[in-house]
Design a protein around this ligand. Sequence first.
Ligand code: NAD
Ligand code: UFG
Length: 334
Amino acid sequence: MNILVTGGTGYIGSHTCIALIDAGYSVVVADNLSNSKRETIENIKYITGQDIPFYEIDVTDKQAVECIFRKHKLNGVIHFAGLKAVGESIKKPSTYYENNIISTLVLAKACLKFGINQFVFSSSATVYGENEVPFVETMDLLPTTNPYGETKSICERILKDIAQANPSFSVSLLRYFNPVGAHESGLIGEIPNGPPNNLMPYITQVAIGKQGKLKIFGNDYPTIDGTGIRDYVHVMDLAEGHVAALTSKREGVQIYNLGTGQGTSVLQLVRAFEESTGIKISYEMVDCRPGDIAACYADVQKARRELGWVAKRDLKTMCRDAWRFERNYDQVLK
Ligand code: NAD
Ligand code: UFG
């Protein structure tokens, strides 16, 4: 089975290529390298021992996308390629709407044209908005607080409509919670562009000395210790969730939360990192970040029941692997 992985040199896409190859799939990667590096392909090849066709293209480009569909006999598409920085999406909404929505339309239409019936889409827990936790797939979605989140809700809607009109076209909408960690080889991981927006890469950069203190955004949320609660999930578990979605071969539109089901506060994550690495993280409390919600974690029963998928790696493993990659990247890979 041959899968086109768009955004395959990015953080989640690169780990998913490894999980797919481990499960016996072959992959073709398309990425415009706007937020990733070409070396990642070499590292995936090194880890898996497989050759991987790589196309440096923009997946909003219909001709370039169709060229890949013509050249390779594909059985499915996993569409990771997208812009994902929440703050940037507020400053450049049209760029976000154009990139994330047009790419999804171009790929879905190419699937219909070339008779490819399996489409997996990277959605996000952000589509739930400020709902009551835990978030369940059957909940009505609430408006998100930024254009990035809106692109995910809109793409979900577009794919549902296309699948309804084309009953042989199967779509998995995977709503990720907070992916962290890295492949255990330490060769691939998350490489933020500039100072990290996300908590785990910020912590690892404080640990290595690239950042001063961690700023904790808000300490008076109605949570266990006043700091924000999220559902951190190891990126390799998340990657394996994609393999589970593909192999389940369910028809129609399927929506799955991919998380652990466990809420962890910012302070709890800081402590878990300190315990698993022995490094002290200095921090200060600052104002809440606009748009953040108090708590976000998944109800994971549906993925367990229908896909047989559960996240297996614990918080310590997530911290250890994130730290291994940060050190390795700084000393060897950069
Ligand atoms: P990432 O930025 O590391 O990877 C995305 C990849 O897509 C990058 O390599 C980038 O170069 C590429 N890309 C972007 N636009 C493209 C285009 N038009 N054509 C070709 N390539 C393009 O991000 P990630 O963390 O791996 O996220 C993957 C997907 O998962 C994204 O759609 C993101 O919105 C979604 N997601 C991420 C998170 C998260 O916290 N990381 C959470 C929920 C959902
Ligand atoms: N936080 C800090 N300091 C930082 C960074 C984050 O205190 O320097 C806090 C946030 O306030 C939040 C928690 O750490 O409480 C997690 O924040 P992240 O930025 O790591 O993640 P978010 O939950 O805000 O958002 C992430 C992705 C979104 C995705 C969402 C899905 O960035 O794209 O998870 O749940 F939509």
